[in-house]
Design a protein around this ligand. Structure first.
Ligand code: NDP
Ligand code: 8X3
Length: 251
């Protein structure tokens, strides 16, 4: 069995690659940071005795996505599970003050990048007559919160695409699911705040956020249901978080 996990250099994607490897899958890991991909490959191969193939590319660039998928050997083209995880938030501003570069990075990565790779991999799954696509959405795709406008918009788009691709791929026997987490402590907030680590840390102050492993375990559970069962959609939250903005913190 083969799983391709986008954005495996950090956070949820890295944990997801590991849990598939631990369960005997060969994995294809992607991201832009080549050194991290090489380290992950070495680590997973040594620990789990499975095969790891790494693809270093920017998911926003269609020619890079096409070249990366085309470069896979026939063996690695038989992808059973695609985890569409690569994504980011950039900034947190009122709509009138939004930074256009932030908007474009989020739209290009979270929507267009997800589409580019899905188009390539779903064709391979159709040839193979099976497959499972698991989209990483967010609680931000289920509700909007102050200053989250464009990030929430991209994750609402993922929610709609999840439903749409499930319909289109149904005749081909391909399952489509989404996992929508609340707050998970990863590099997400450091990226959102352009590298400001102390601001990022405050996001998770005074409560226990989800870990990347919590989400990875859910993704693997979704992927490992029997053939006749599909988990369409999951929302997973820290117990201390009721919705995007209501969090019980110890003061
Ligand atoms: P991280 O920042 O830790 O990981 C993001 C991953 O996405 C990295 O591996 C990064 O790789 C990859 N990525 C980002 N941009 C690109 C790009 N242009 N091309 C290729 N890869 C890219 O964050 P998380 O693990 O938290 O985020 C993973 C997903 O989970 C995202 O879709 C996010 O929106 C979603 N999510 C996160 C939540 C949270 O609270 N953390 C909650 C809900 C959803 P590299 O930099 O090497 O390219
Ligand atoms: C990340 C979750 O709501 O903290 O998708 O932006 S949130």
């Amino acid at each position: 069995m083969i799983a391709l996990v986008t954005g495996a250099t950090s956070g949820i994607g890295k944990s997801t690659a590991e849990i598939f490897a631990k369960n005997g899958y060969d994995v294809i890991v992607t991201g832009r940071r080549e050194k991290r991909l090489a380290e992950l490959r070495k680590q997973l191969e040594a620990k789990y005795k499975i095969k790891v193939h790494s693809l270093c590319f920017d998911i926003r660039k269609l020619p890079e996505v096409e070249k990366a998928i085309a470069s896979l050997t026939n063996e690695f083209k038989k992808i059973d599970v695609l985890v569409n995880n690569a994504g980011l938030a950039a900034g947190l501003s009122a709509i009138q003050d939004g930074n256009i570069d932030h908007w474009e990075r989020m739209i290009d990565t979270n929507i267009k990048g997800l589409l580019y790779i899905t188009r390539q991999v779903s064709k391979l799954m159709i040839e193979n007559k099976k497959g499972h696509i698991i989209n990483v959405g967010s609680i931000a795709g289920k509700e909007a919160y102050a200053n989250g406008n464009v990030y929430c918009g991209t994750k609402h788009a993922v929610d709609a695409l999840n439903k749409g691709m499930r319909i289109d791929l149904l005749p081909h026997g391909i399952k489509v699911s989404a996992v929508n987490p609340g707050m998970v402590e990863t590099e997400f907030s450091v990226v959102r705040f352009d590298g400001d680590e102390s601001r990022a840390k405050k996001v998770y102050d005074g409560f226990q956020p989800l870990t990347p492993d919590d989400v990875a375990e859910t993704i693997y559970w979704m992927a490992s249901r029997p053939a006749h069962v599909n988990i369409n959609d999951v929302i997973i939250m820290p117990s201390a978080q009721a919705n995007s903005t209501t969090v019980k913190r110890n003061s």
